[in-house]
Design a protein around this ligand. Structure first.
Ligand SMILES: *Cc1c(COP(=O)(O)O)cnc(C)c1O
Length: 355
């Protein structure tokens, strides 16, 4: 059985052994103020930066989910308002969470086959604390390329930071970290791990900003997390098991360059295939805005149902559509933990039953 669900997604088979080791090595009752835990944190941060090519001067925080990251950014880095550029359901959810806390926040919606226009951003002014984008929109299988992010970054007023939701690409795609101030992801997507842990990366500029704002009204305020993280500790008892699994996973994986190329090659093959050979077609028409980590296919609702049902009977669990797209689309995660053999089986299934 393979799952192509884009989160929670297929975990690495090695996770079974890591879990056993975590138990045997005593991590499940480890003291989170002890030297052993601090050593694990230090090692995990070093491994993250090394394997993912994250700049050394970026600060790493561990939280529980991408959703927590949304809220923390509104609390600790948005004294006034944020501007949200989005095309799909996750970007919109982030906007909703931000508005609930900072009602002056605004949003600009763009289409699946479009990119946000950096030269025309109504609502962007000196009072804008954050411009928020979703690098990989898991709900509609779109992705913003490096050039789009760079253009936005270059257009920001002096005090505005660029925040990027990279939940379903970080760990699978080589990202240009220096071209944004905040990046985050949770581990149940491209990291091939069980849910319950997220990672946030902050540029020196972002750290300087939240320290100046000095918001301290919440247990997860960035200022408090920062002060603890200086000693590789956390404000509360953290997900020690999740951090342990992350460190083991990262240790056993190649560098991001290798993974990035592998996923890109697999994505090209899949798009080539679905562009011509099947009754379903890619949701996104423009190659430039297609995601490399989540492939979206569309078709009439009864056909989508039929495809999902017959695939499942052969041990292939396809991801359902999301939000408005639920009945008329399905999603195929192209995450690193899914082996090539699974995709070969998937293509054979389509070739045989739905060509
Ligand atoms: C899955 C996902 C989220 C939500 O992640 P949680 O860890 O469940 O909070 C947010 N943004 C994107 C783009 C996602 O794919």
């Amino acid at each position: 059985m393979y799952t192509f669900n884009p989160g929670p997604s297929q975990v690495y088979p090695q996770v079974r052994q890591y879990l056993q080791d975590a138990f045997d090595e005593g991590w499940l009752s480890a003291q989170h103020r002890g030297e052993r835990f601090v050593q694990l944190m230090r090692q995990t941060v070093a491994e993250l930066k090394n394997k993912l090519n994250i700049p050394q001067d970026y600060t790493v925080f561990f939280m529980s989910s991408a959703t927590e990251c949304w809220e923390v950014l509104a609390q600790s880095l948005t004294p006034n308002k944020s501007l949200h550029l989005y095309s799909g359901a996750f970007g919109e959810k982030w906007f909703d969470y931000a508005k609930a806390l900072r009602p002056n926040s605004t949003g600009i919606k763009f289409g699946l086959d479009e990119v946000p226009n950096a030269n025309n951003l109504p609502g962007l002014d000196e009072e804008t604390d954050l411009v928020c984008i979703t690098q990989n929109e898991t709900s509609n299988a779109t992705q913003l390329r490096d050039g789009v992010i760079l253009n936005l970054y270059n257009r920001l007023p002096g005090n505005t930071l660029l925040a990027v939701d990279a939940t379903s690409s970080l760990g699978g795609v080589q990202l240009k970290y220096i071209k944004a101030d905040i990046w985050y992801a949770s581990v149940q997507k491209c990291f091939g791990q069980p849910a319950g842990l997220s990672i946030m990366l902050l540029s020196p500029r972002a750290v300087e900003r939240f320290r100046k704002i000095n918001e301290r009204s919440h247990y997860n305020s960035l200022t408090a997390q920062y002060e603890k993280m200086l000693n590789f500790q956390t404000t509360h008892t953290p997900n020690v098991l999740g951090i342990y699994l992350l460190s083991r996973t990262l240790h056993d994986r190649p560098g991001i360059k290798v993974t990035h190329q592998h996923l890109q090659d697999r994505a090209s093959k899949l798009y080539d295939y679905f562009d011509q050979a099947t009754q379903l077609t890619p949701m996104v028409q423009t190659p430039e805005t297609r995601s490399t980590t989540v492939i979206g296919l569309q078709g009439p609702a009864p056909l989508i149902d039929e495809v999902k049902r017959r695939a499942l009977a052969q041990g292939l669990q396809l991801g359902s559509g999301y939000g408005n797209w639920k009945p008329t689309s399905l999603r195929i995660a192209n995450f690193p933990a899914i082996p090539d053999a699974a995709f070969e089986q998937l293509v054979q299934f389509f070739a045989k039953e739905f060509a």
